[in-house]
Write a protein that binds this ligand. Structure first.
Ligand code: HEC
Length: 174
């Protein structure tokens, strides 16, 4: 009985056609019709900030920056502009991993932050009246500066905001 199994196993191994499973793409394979042009990388695409937000941020921050506090994504809606009122807050919005590590170019990220901070945007009037728009150059300067203790850094900013007598809504994670 045992030797029969052995014989069967050996036959199966020997009989399996080696080249059947194609892991390596076929070099002669052509793209599907209409799909011949390679995709434009996001940093070279000319999408509006609203579209870039949808593609790169909405998955976590949701449509209007409501966030998902239960999943540790704080609410930005009507609040995110307050970060600009405290020391380190302006750079924080560039340095935070979701922004700094996005697939957007420096200029696109600056444009997206400016779009978020508009009074009729996600910031909903929370940005200071004298807000100076971000520039690509500014993003370039701060983007690569990793925040080592992200939670502590952010908490310090929230504490500073509190000291300005600004209410911290329940959906803004301290
Ligand atoms: C994978 C989820 C995720 C994605 C995608 C993401 N973020 Fe975030 N974002 C977070 C989390 C979580 C925080 C809180 C700080 C932290 O832990 O990074 C945050 C914080 C922020 C903050 C600071 C506000 C605050 O309350 O801390 C800004 C501004 C921000 N994100 C912008 C963006 C932008 C712009 C994009 C898209 C280019 C983006 N994020 C993509 C998860 C994400």
């Amino acid at each position: 009985m045992r030797s029969m199994f052995c014989a069967m196993a050996i036959t199966l191994i020997v009989a399996s056609p080696l080249g059947e499973a194609r892991v390596i793409p076929d070099p002669n394979q052509k793209p599907a019709p209409g799909n011949e042009t390679p995709q434009t990388p996001l940093y070279q695409a000319n999408y509006s900030p609203a579209v870039n937000y949808q593609l790169q941020c909405l998955g976590c921050h949701l449509t209007n920056g409501e966030g998902a506090p239960r999943s540790d994504v704080s609410m930005m809606k009507g609040f995110v502009g307050h970060f600009l009122k405290v020391e380190g807050g302006r750079e924080f919005l560039i340095r935070v991993p979701g922004a700094s590590q996005s697939a957007l170019s420096d200029a696109q990220l600056a444009e997206l932050l400016n779009w978020m901070l508009k009074d009729d945007g996600i910031a909903g009037g929370s940005a200071p009246a004298n807000f100076k728009p971000y520039t690509g150059k500014e993003v370039e300067t701060y983007r690569g500066r990793m925040i080592k203790d992200l939670t502590g850094f952010r908490l310090n900013l929230i504490e500073q905001i509190k000291e300005l007598n600004i209410d911290i809504p329940a959906d803004v994670i301290p």
